[in-house]
Design a protein around this ligand. Sequence first.
Ligand SMILES: [Zn+2]
Length: 158
Amino acid sequence: MYRCRKCNGEGYEYVDEGSCVVKEACYHCGTTGQVDEETDWHDRLGSVAMALAYQQESEYRKWCDSDPDGDGYDLHAAENMMRTSDYFMARVYDRHYDLAEKLVAMDLPSQKLLVAWEELPHEHLSVRFNRSVQQELETKQQDLKDATSVFGDDDIPF
Ligand SMILES: [Zn+2]
């Protein structure tokens, strides 16, 4: 048996509902904290799909924002009535489903190679994502400061 990746082998998940954290049974492993080999392999392929989806969407976002004639990624999100971070993750999940299907259809040696690549020691994706959001906010605040510091109090003509 293998450790359940969804609940990290605990059999329960802790879901943050904003005001409180709720302990929920993990239905992936039926609270045992363990899954069989086939499920584990499927989950590992799922992680590969997630990593690729994240990378693709990041590239797409860069491409949107670098197109001088385009609307920019933030506006795409706004058009969908979503915050940029929610829009980003929604699109990552969409890509993830497509990629997972393609991965499942690949031969085993290729799958093994991709799983090995994804499991190389590296930062967890969510850590990287949170940091990029943080950097973005700091850049925006700095831009705002730069923009407002141009006007000293004496320059306001009224
Ligand atoms: Zn589980």
